[in-house]
Design a binder for this molecule. Structure first.
Ligand code: AMP
Length: 432
């Protein structure tokens, strides 16, 4: 039967074997980021359209053609968030950032929405994990944040990843760089497609995001961001490189890296993974010293990153799901349900790490055991990595004699003992 409803193009369901990988990655993020003093912020999934237009930038692909924008019933223009930094900045300005002790360290995780052409690793609803360090202008802030990011990636088992970093000019230096880019490209004007023509006019830095291979090869010989830096910016960049080297973060400088959002100033960085194929960008970030004032707040320097969580999970070498012993409690019929509830609870209380599942279908012991055996056949589909499966069949014999039988599915060995010896038995089983 073909389903009447399907997940909307570019969206997907995460079933337990998958969603537990996301949960494991998120709890690793929470632990690592917490050790640097980061607390989690959760902002709304939609904001006023204007917020993204002002922050992400009118000339970006995101604002120009990728936003899910709609009018609410009162005719207000709202947009499903395409990224989370704008929401974080809005929230802090709204709370009166002047009054909040700085630096402020925040991390987030959650779905983002972009109307992009779906393909492997690219979705219309995708998840990001990000962090923002707010109120620090020193390159030591950039270095701490990038170091934390690599600490997190290392914790997940990634080794050998390299950051590409660049420094984009700000203020008058950016204007000069834009003018130089236009001058460089003008003789080639005929070769620009409509998207690139728009970039050329509105913000030529965005041309580095061009998907047109001719434009990309043309840009190989273009003026370089690094040649336009003012002294202060250059010092920032040089100091960051020194700090990253001494922190042991591997990186290389990439003068064509500008990142697809307009709010970046000075530092920008990206990490790719060859495990991902065509959509190989795993994460990106940078400094955004002008964003608070751009959105109506005071001048507050800040730096942050956003990791594509879907891509992170896809690129993981090691399985991050927690390892759990599993016990299936299988009552023979509905007469045994009450006894089964009690035994299952007792096991959970004695061994909080164990997953205890009860089969209340009433289909009988042998079918219940067959279902338990199925997870051993394809453990990749189970929510957890399995550390042994045991079955507790419960019928009138166990109920009436107040006993428990426990069978190890891998070895087939089985033992029956008085219920009051459960603690002792489980203690012994654990030590084996
Ligand atoms: P950005 O917010 O554009 O800097 O993107 C940061 C990261 O989010 C990227 O490096 C990707 O890993 C991820 N990302 C961005 N867009 C998508 C998408 N449409 N589907 C999946 N991941 C995405």
């Amino acid at each position: 039967m073909s389903p009447r409803y399907r997940a909307v193009k570019g969206t997907r369901d995460l079933l337990p074997s998958e969603s537990e990988r996301f949960a494991a990655v998120e709890s690793a993020a929470r632990e690592v980021f917490r050790s640097y003093g980061y607390g989690e912020i959760r902002t709304p999934s939609f904001e006023s359209t204007e917020l993204f237009a002002r922050s992400v930038g009118e000339a970006t692909d995101i604002v120009h053609k990728e936003m899910y924008t709609f009018l609410d019933r009162k005719g207000r223009s709202l947009t499903l968030r395409p990224e989370n930094t704008a929401g974080v900045v809005r929230a802090l300005i709204e709370r009166g950032i002047q009054e909040i002790p700085r630096p402020i360290r925040l991390w987030y995780q959650g779905p983002q929405f972009r109307y992009e052409q779906p393909q492997a690793g690219r979705y219309r609803e995708f998840r990001q994990i990000g962090a923002e360090l707010i109120g620090v202008s020193s390159p030591a802030g950039d270095a701490e944040l990038i170091g934390m990011l690599f600490g997190f990636l290392g914790r997940l088992g990634f080794a050998g990843l390299q950051a590409r970093i660049n420094c984009v000019p700000t203020g008058p230096a950016r204007e000069a760089f834009s003018a130089a880019l236009r001058d460089f490209l003008r003789p080639h004007g005929m070769r620009l497609g409509p998207d690139d023509q728009r970039r050329f006019e509105q913000n030529p830095l965005r041309l580095f995001d061009s998907k047109d291979p001719d434009v990309q090869s043309l840009l190989q010989g273009a003026p370089r961001t690094l040649d336009f830096l003012e002294n202060r910016s250059r010092d920032h960049h040089e100091e960051l490189k020194r700090l990253l080297s001494s922190r042991g973060v591997t990186f290389h400088e990439d003068a064509s890296l500008v990142r697809g959002l307009d709010y970046y100033t000075l530092t920008v960085f990206e990490v790719s993974s060859s495990a991902l194929g065509a959509q190989d960008a795993l994460l990106g970030g940078g400094r955004y010293d002008d964003l608070f004032s751009e959105l109506g707040g005071p001048e507050v320097p800040a730096v942050g990153f956003a990791i594509g969580e879907d891509r992170l999970v896809a690129a993981l070498g090691a399985d991050p799901r927690p390892v759990r012993p599993v016990v299936f409690v299988v009552p023979d019929s509905s007469l045994d349900f009450s006894y089964a509830l009690a035994i299952a609870n007792q096991i959970r209380t004695l061994l909080p790490d164990v997953v205890v599942e009860s089969d209340f279908t009433g289909r009988g012991i042998s079918k219940g055991i067959a279902k338990a055996a199925q997870i051993l056949k394809d453990p990749s589909q189970y929510a957890f990595r399995i550390d042994g499966v045991r079955v507790v069949p419960l019928g009138s014999r166990e109920r009436e004699s107040d006993t428990v039988t426990m069978k190890d599915l891998a070895t087939g060995s089985q033992e029956t003992f008085p219920r009051k010896a459960l603690a002792e038995y489980l203690g012994a089983a654990r030590k084996q």
